[in-house]
Every structure is written in C-alpha cells, then in structure tokens.
Ligand binder design. Structure first.
Ligand code: 2AL
Length: 202
C-alpha cells in the first residue's frame, strides 16, 4: 500500500491526483468525492495527515459519510483524544525532530520545516536547536512537537526554551494540540496542493 509519505520517485502525489480529477470548488462537493473514495484511496490521500500514523484515518473511516472536511478533522481530533496517554505519546514519537536538513523525513515534514525557515539557519543556530531538541527528548521520552508552518525559527526557539522545562503531562497535551494544528494544515494542503506541493525541493 502506498501512503502519502512514500511516493515512488516520479510518482504523482495522490493529493495532486485528487485535485486534478475532482472538483474542489466547495467543501460540500469535495466531501462528496471524499465519501466516494475507496478505503485504499482514502488512505493514500489522508494517510499522513497525522505524521506516520495511517492508523488514524484508517480508524475514522468507519465514521463515513463525513459531513465536511471539518468533520474529518473533528473525527481525527476525537480519536486522538480517546487514546490513553501512551497512545498520545506514541503519536508524538512518530514525529521527527526539527532537524532539517536530515534524511528520512517525509515530504510533509520537509515542506513544513522549510516553511518555518529551518533550512536557512546558521550552523550555530542549528546546533543550538538540535541540542534543545535532544534535551527535550531526553527529559520527556518523546520529541518536541510544534506546528512548523505556524512558526518561525525565532518562535520555535523561544517555545523550545520555554517548554524544555515544562511538566510531562502538560507537554504531552501541548504536543498533541500542535499535532492537531499540523493535521489541519495538511488537510488544507490536500485541498490546495498547488500552494506548496509543486516545489518540494530543499
Ligand atoms: C514537525 C514536523 O515534522 N512538521 C511540523 O510542523 N513539526 N516536527 C516537530 N518535531 O515538531
């Protein structure tokens, strides 16, 4: 099975396929198309809206027909909230550190980290960021997660310096809220793939 973060070289991004072949004029029209997708197609398109967690869209598939894209987001959010603490921490662990440039990142992560300006940091700034990320991971047992597209290198650095001294339960909750923001923006990327998905170069 092919998920959104595992394209073969040269293969068409399933989201591009989706928007090329289906109308996206209104939420309602789109949602009808989504509801008509097979399970495999749905997973291809939505499989990475939560980083490396295709089990989440696989689980909410049972709730079709969806009323809207917001409904899909709400179902995802509800599913995540229903997980025990270990499940929520597991979701956080599926996220890579903010470590661009790095190998083995999904295309979504690369785009997000690049959008936050992480690729243009000086080596000194990068070393500082990596050190803080390592300290955070060491303290909590899961990575520091923040919605990169909603931040800059400055705000990420500030949040890391603040959160690295936080409490575990609070950090788990903060991280999960950021996961939901990332998910929401990935959903929008699916609707408007021309915005950034046409330029997937570092
Ligand atoms: C990420 C990531 O890969 N994309 C994003 O917005 N945040 N990772 C992270 N550790 O926060």
């Amino acid at each position: 099975m092919v998920f959104t973060h595992q394209y073969a070289p040269g293969a068409i991004d399933p989201r591009t396929y989706f928007c090329l072949y289906h109308s996206r004029d209104t939420d309602n029209m789109d949602i009808n198309t989504v509801n008509a997708l097979t399970y495999e197609e749905f997973l291809e398109i939505f499989g990475n809206v939560v980083e490396k967690c295709p089990i989440i869209p696989a689980a909410i598939w049972a709730h079709r027909p969806f009323k809207s894209f917001s409904d899909i987001e709400a179902q995802i959010s509800e599913f995540i909230d229903s997980l025990p603490e270990s499940g929520k921490e597991g979701i956080l662990r599926c996220h890579p550190d903010l470590s661009l440039p790095a190998v083995n990142l999904t295309r979504d992560s690369v785009d997000e980290q690049r959008a936050a300006g992480l690729v243009s940091m000086s080596s000194g700034e990068r070393a500082l960021l990596l050190d803080l990320c390592a300290r955070y991971r060491q303290r909590f047992g899961f990575p520091f997660v923040i919605c990169a597209r909603a931040n800059s290198t400055e705000t990420i650095g500030r949040a890391l310096r603040d959160r690295v001294n936080g409490e575990r339960a609070q950090e788990r909750d903060r991280g999960i809220e950021e996961v939901k923001k990332i998910c929401s923006l990935r959903m929008r990327q699916i609707l408007q793939p021309t915005a950034e998905h046409s330029t997937n170069k570092l």
